[in-house]
Design a binder for this molecule. Structure first.
Ligand code: PLP
Length: 501
């Protein structure tokens, strides 16, 4: 039996203990019986060695950017430099409290202020808010701004938002949460928004369009200027989903493409850890005419002193008034500061010159992997991609052997045997066997070459004997759980004697 086959509850031996205290300490002062627990706590009884091995082994079952290549498309799993952690861990930052007086946190407010300037210059937006705590939260905030913009103009009929069929799932979800109706616009056979299909959708009921550029196929929307003209012409606004802004860093700015509102995922493009569900940061940027609609609180500067405009009666720093147009408050206080701090450190460490290389290298790496593998994997759209690309399954899935062919899921599972995190699969929904690969700029050519070799080997295996893939992974603690069941009814704690999953 391997280490991970035993849960810590199964290691428990009655009476075993991980510490010993002098007798005097063990004599606990009497606790009134009304405050005492009536039934036993039922914790595992284990030695210190058991506990240390348990958690160390659990940590080794984890996969992260620090342990291996993680080509998860649409997620930008780039390396997170350790200096970011170093800075975010500084005592002076760790010990602050959101209700502290502004004059005692000038340095923190300066980080917000400088970060806003950095993001504005990178994106071409006028102002940013750091209140949203995730990309999807940023989308919702941005759409609230879009709605409010139309409402303030007395234009209450704009209740529809256009979303391309290639969009990230959060786009239509955020629009629905914001009370907007979703109108889908089709992609053409180049994988880009079909401008001819867009035109008839435009009218006085359109609040705006949400776009990702490069889109989720990793392709740059070449007609963006024309699209911006059309949408603005009908009175709508353009929302830019900048979760994956990596390839554009220092190359082109959403503000210059005609976008009015956007969000960034600091926990993707700006190298702060993600994947475990948080904390995140989805700052929202807007063009000049929407600046007063941004949520509060926000940081302002006057004569080198920083203050917060927030509208809370118990926490007023500075004298600037809250703009009447604001959409209000969208999160507690000022978002996830430690994530903002990591991203700020990342930007400063790269500097104006080097940040321009990130997008170019990410693009180069993705095209290198795509071109190296397109003989073995089906490439539905032949084009230069940006930071990521999508295959549509294997060219030869092995079904000519008489066995069922190997699917994208099988390829992903087989990759685990070779120590790689699987790419994003079955997304976007435009192809049945989608495999979405994003190498990021932080990987060396040697790493990409090794990955390419393994992907080719898997393709050869599939062609010769697809069963090798069907039964993969062969050496993982959990092989093929019922994914729907695992997502809908996860068992994340010990339940009697039953085994997990
Ligand atoms: C990741 C992602 C999002 C959502 O970001 P979260 O922080 O997970 O809410 C939105 N759009 C795109 C294109 C993304 O890749």
């Amino acid at each position: 039996m391997r280490y991970y086959d035993k849960l810590i509850f199964e290691l428990s031996k009655s009476g075993r203990c991980g510490y010993s205290l002098p007798e005097a300490f063990a004599q606990a002062p009497a606790v009134p019986s009304s405050l005492c627990r009536q039934s036993a706590l039922n914790l595992p009884e284990v030695s210190e060695t058991d506990v240390v091995r348990h958690y160390t082994n659990l940590s080794q079952m984890n996969f992260g950017v620090d342990t291996g290549f993680y080509p998860l498309g649409s997620c930008t799993m780039k390396y997170n430099p350790k200096i970011n952690e170093e800075i975010a861990g500084m005592q002076a930052f760790q010990d602050i409290h959101p209700l502290q007086r502004c004059d005692s946190i000038q340095g923190v407010l300066e980080v917000y202020y400088e970060m806003e300037k950095a993001l504005s210059s990178i994106t071409g937006m006028e102002r940013f808010t750091f209140a949203p705590c995730a990309g999807a939260h940023g989308e919702l905030t941005g759409l609230m701004i879009m709605r409010r913009y139309h409402m303030l103009r007395g234009d209450s009929s704009r209740v529809k938002v256009i979303v391309p069929d290639s969009a990230h799932g959060t786009n239509p979800a955020s629009a629905a949460v914001c009370g907007l109706q979703i109108v889908e616009v089709k992609s053409d056979d180049r994988g880009l928004v079909d401008v001819d299909a867009l035109k008839p959708l435009l009218g006085p009921d359109i609040a705006g369009i949400m776009m990702t550029n490069p889109n989720t196929l990793g392709l740059f929307e070449r007609e963006i200027k024309e699209i911006a003209g059309l949408v603005h012409g009908c009175g709508g606004l353009l929302y830019y989903d900048g979760a994956n802004m990596n390839p554009l860093l220092g190359v082109v700015r959403p503000g210059d493409m005609g976008f009015d509102i956007m969000h960034l995922n600091l926990h993707k493009t700006f190298s702060t850890p993600h994947g475990g569900g948080g904390p995140g940061s989805g700052p929202v940027g807007v063009c000049r005419k929407l600046a007063n609609l941004l949520p509060v609180p926000k940081v302002t500067e006057k004569d080198g002193r920083f203050s917060v405009v927030d509208g809370f009666s118990n926490h007023v720093c500075g004298d600037a008034a809250v703009p009447e147009e604001t959409v209000g408050q969208v999160s507690g206080f000022m978002g996830n500061f430690s994530v903002i701090l990591r991203a700020y450190t990342y930007i400063l460490m790269l500097g104006r010159q080097n940040i321009k290389m990130a997008g170019k290298l990410a693009t180069l790496g993705a095209n290198y992997v795509k071109e190296s593998l397109k003989d073995c994997y089906r490439l539905p759209i032949e084009a230069v991609c940006k930071h990521e690309f999508v295959f549509d399954g294997l060219k030869d899935d092995g079904s000519s052997t008489g066995k069922p062919g190997a699917t994208t899921l099988d390829v992903a599972k087989r990759l685990l045997d070779f120590g790689y995190h699987a790419p994003t699969i079955y997304f976007p929904l435009l192809f049945h066997q989608a495999i979405m690969i994003e190498p990021t700029e932080t990987e060396s050519k040697e790493t990409l070459d090794a990955f390419i070799d393994v992907m080719k080997k898997i393709a050869r295996e599939a062609a010769a004997d697809p069963d090798i893939l069907h039964t993969a992974p062969h050496d993982a603690p959990i092989s093929r759980p019922d994914e729907t069941e695992a997502a809908r009814h996860p068992v994340v704690k010990f339940q009697d004697e039953s085994r997990i999953i």
